[in-house]
Design a protein around this ligand. Structure first.
Ligand SMILES: [Zn+2]
Length: 178
């Protein structure tokens, strides 16, 4: 039986083997293309899953841009699965954002090919996130300042603000048909 101090440690301690960051992802639900259309007005021809927990790339991202410390409070797209990393299930605009990443990944050879390019190529990273974040603004969930605040994060390797702004604006112009 774990003692009370063990339990507290497992909740707050990042290095504890039984800490939440090490838990196996937990399947919340599977959504069919019909579910995606009806609930979120998303057109996507494949079923997707929503899981609580960390995607296979979370540790890599933390290692690369956060000194190995676990980031939390975000969603991670991986292999048609949205991982909820320390945050509740995704709201509608996040569903749209992550499905945009699934479409981008569908264009790549495989999910690691997409993610390796994402990790190594800052311009690619800005471009694929700008497409998704412009949609966040378009569906009225955020504004440009909120998006640039999100970009300024270890999740994205702290890309240059003006580059991000220009890329998001370019995608917004496309969405608004300017
Ligand atoms: Zn994204």
């Amino acid at each position: 039986m774990p003692t009370e101090s063990d339990v507290q440690c497992s909740i707050s301690g990042f290095s504890n083997e039984s800490s939440p960051v090490d838990k196996e992802p937990y399947l919340l639900e599977t959504l069919t293309p019909e579910d995606l259309k009806r609930r979120y007005n998303i057109d996507y021809d494949h079923p997707i899953q929503i899981k609580l927990g960390r995607s296979p790339v979370c540790d890599v991202v933390d290692e690369r841009w956060n000194g190995g410390q676990p980031t939390t409070g975000y969603w991670s797209a991986w292999d048609r699965t949205i991982y909820c990393v320390g945050i509740a299930p995704p709201p509608g605009y996040v569903m749209q954002h992550e499905v945009i990443h699934f479409r981008q990944m569908d264009e790549a050879d495989d999910v690691w090919a997409w993610w390796n390019r994402y990790l190594d190529d800052e311009d690619f990273r800005i471009e694929v996130e700008a497409e998704a974040y412009a949609n966040d603004i378009y569906v009225d969930a955020q504004n440009m300042d909120g998006v640039l605040w999100c970009f300024n994060s270890p999740l994205y390797g702290f890309p240059p603000r003006e580059k991000c702004r220009n890329a998001v604006q370019r995608h917004l112009d496309k969405l608004y048909g300017v």
